[in-house]
Design a protein around this ligand. Structure first.
Ligand code: DP6
Length: 619
């Protein structure tokens, strides 16, 4: 991460109205940033696009920069002389926050150079020094937005509030290259509203439009926001701060499908913005605006991190009635576990890439993942490349439900990244194409994957009672036969398969009743017999599938013995040799102590019921 990065800003709504106490909304311009490097040198030296040479000879336009550097040196007691190299992509004098971003970047780089922690308060105070020199009486808005990860609402005298944006699509920004004085425009409006009630009314409407846009940004309601931008532009025109070129650019953008377009900043020149819902409209606007003096701000989420927990089925899903559509033969029921989880990051990239546990995956693994991702791409209008990085906090593909937590975390991240806003039920309908069991990891507690025309998952019970599961790892290696293949072979070749399905259907009805009654004994008995029947059905397949290892049997017999001695514990197993013991939180300690004679403590994970999949963070 670059310690000195700051970015530009653009005002979306509320210019001019902000002078009269209404809120203005500004968005960070991530596409345009400043980075600064600081190194020891023989003299204080500046290197930037405007000037390269000794700081003492720098031109007056850089007074803000020099003043701030001197102040930071004083505060940090930096005695040595420094070379400060500033690389800024933000055009200056366009209302894009260039001076605040440059100064912020320098301050951050100098604190980093001295390895001293910089608080947000200190940063803003120092930026204010630079901004006072550059702009006279700065509002403080720029200093915050150029360092913010979210859009902000600014109100004079009331400060700044971050807005959680769900906007997506693009904002195209075009410079008219007409230099106009904001100060003059503000003064003219002040005169106008003194004389004319209608103008005062326009100004009030402008302010209200800006404030009602906050909710639309939070909801990601692009269409309504676009309409508000169009209305704002009409009002700005009535206040005489538009310009024939601005009007022309606005009309051109709307003609090719932009949702809204307006001037940004002081007006009478400066920049124009157009809100575009997708890449097609974005490119059309760029073309109509002659692809010159313009910038594109990607409003889409660029990085999402999600977490989903593994789940262990108590009534298993084993076999597909329709392989292509992933329709199971029977409904299944599971318990989500708190200690086993997958964290997945999706981020915008220049190529599709899948990294699992730090290892870049080959063609076949990646293709499987991106076939799944294509479903999300199809539903959204976002077709860009992504990098997926997943980390399991437990062994992958060893019958510990890594594909369940993996695909649930991926679907959750993709739902957000591609801005689909699907409910968890709807998301479960897509998740099944990654892995059937993954549908259940979207939810917490006891979860059912319901067989239906379109199967879906839902939380059946929060499992907020005395339930625990002890995972006993017998082998951490990847299994030889995948569950997909094992399932298929069982369905097609095992004479016991029909009996498995018939019993599983009875099990699911009975286990539901047991859960509702908190009848742990029946819950455990169904769990254990269901797992053993599943393994019996696959052992009878041709060729047989045997996931059991000698230690598996030892643990199974041990659990049985503990049960006979009065402890409440029942075993279950999935497509692998590891055993999971369903028990009571209140009995976990005794059972784990007993297990110590058989299993290395490192191979034991004590789990409680876990939560459903969540977004950990996004930017
Ligand atoms: C034994 O969900 O991994 O864990 O849908 O083919 O990806 P696919 O299968 P998968 O199978 C899980 C099988 C199981 C039982 C269960 O979790 O219900």
């Amino acid at each position: 991460m670059n310690e000195s990065l700051s970015h530009g800003k653009v005002i979306l709504m509320g210019e001019h109205a902000v002078v009269y106490g209404y809120g203005a909304i500004a968005i960070p311009l991530f596409s345009h940033s400043v980075t600064t490097t600081v190194e020891k040198s023989k003299a204080d030296f500046l290197d930037c696009s405007l000037y390269k040479g000794k700081m003492m000879n720098a031109p007056t336009q850089l007074n803000n920069v020099c003043e701030v550097i001197t102040e930071v040196k004083k505060r940090l007691k930096i005695d040595e002389t420094l070379k400060i190299t500033i690389d800024s992509q933000i055009p200056s004098g366009r209302g894009m926050g260039s001076s605040a971003a440059v100064v912020s970047s320098i301050i951050k780089a100098m604190y980093h150079y001295k390895q001293i922690f910089l608080t947000q308060e200190q940063l803003l105070e120092l930026v204010h020094i630079g901004e006072t020199i550059a702009h006279g009486n700065p509002s403080g808005l720029d200093g915050v937005v150029v360092n913010s990860k979210t859009p902000v609402l600014f109100k004079r005298g009331k400060g700044i509030v971050p807005i959680q944006s769900r906007l997506h699509g693009y904002l195209v920004i075009r410079d008219t290259c007409i230099v106009a004085s904001t100060k003059q425009a503000v003064a003219d409006i002040a005169e106008l509203i003194k004389k004319d009630d209608k103008s005062r009314d326009s100004l009030d409407q402008l302010g209200k439009l800006s404030e009602s846009s906050i909710r639309l940004i939070e909801e990601g309601n692009m269409k309504e926001l676009g309409l508000k931008m169009i209305q704002a532009q009409s009002l700005l025109k009535l206040l005489y701060v538009s310009h024939p070129l601005i009007d022309q650019l606005v009309d051109k953008a709307l003609a090719v499908g932009a949702l809204g377009a307006k001037l940004t900043g002081g007006g009478r020149g400066g920049c124009v913005i157009a809100l575009c819902q997708d890449e097609i409209v974005r490119d059309a606007v760029i073309e109509r605006w002659n692809d010159e003096n313009l910038w594109v701000l990607d409003l889409n989420v660029r990085r999402v991190e999600s977490r989903a927990h593994a789940n262990i089925a108590l009534v298993k899903y084993w076999g597909k009635e329709d392989e292509e559509q992933v329709i199971p033969y029977n409904s299944s029921l599971s318990l989500t576990l708190d200690k086993l989880y997958t964290d997945t990051i999706i981020e915008t990239s220049d190529k599709d890439e899948f990294v699992l546990d730090g290892v870049k995956q080959g063609k076949s693994e990646s293709e499987k993942i991106f076939r799944f991702i294509d479903r999300f791409r199809q539903l959204s209008q976002r077709k860009n490349y992504i990098r997926i990085a997943s980390v399991n906090n437990f062994p992958t593909a060893a019958g510990l439900a890594s594909s369940a937590s993996g695909f649930a975390a991926l679907a959750t991240a993709a739902n957000r990244y591609f801005n689909l806003n699907l409910s968890k039920k709807k998301l479960s309908e897509i998740t099944r194409f990654g892995s059937g069991s993954a549908t259940r990891s979207l939810f917490g507690g006891f979860v059912i994957w319901q067989k239906d025309e379109i199967p879906y998952a839902y939380e059946f019970d929060s499992a907020d009672w005395d339930i625990a599961m002890i995972v006993v790892i017998i082998n951490r290696e990847k299994k030889d036969v995948s569950s997909k293949e094992a399932m298929r072979r069982t369905v097609y070749t095992s004479p016991y398969y029909p009996a498995w399905v018939e019993n599983a259907q009875i099990d699911i009805e009975n286990i539901k009743k047991a859960i509702k009654k908190h009848d742990f004994k029946v819950l455990g008995e169904i769990t254990q017999s269901n797992a053993l029947r599943m393994h019996a059905s696959m052992m009878a397949a041709i060729p047989p599938i045997i996931y059991f290892q000698p230690q598996t049997l030892t643990v199974l017999r041990f659990v049985d013995e503990l049960n006979k001695r009065g402890l409440e514990c029942y075993a279950t197993m999935d497509a692998g040799p590891n055993v999971k013991i369903l028990t009571r939180q209140s009995q976990v300690r005794v059972i784990v102590d007993e297990l110590a004679s058989l299993i290395d403590q490192k191979g034991i994970i004590i789990c409680n019921p876990g939560e459903g999949a969540t977004i950990l963070n996004e930017s």
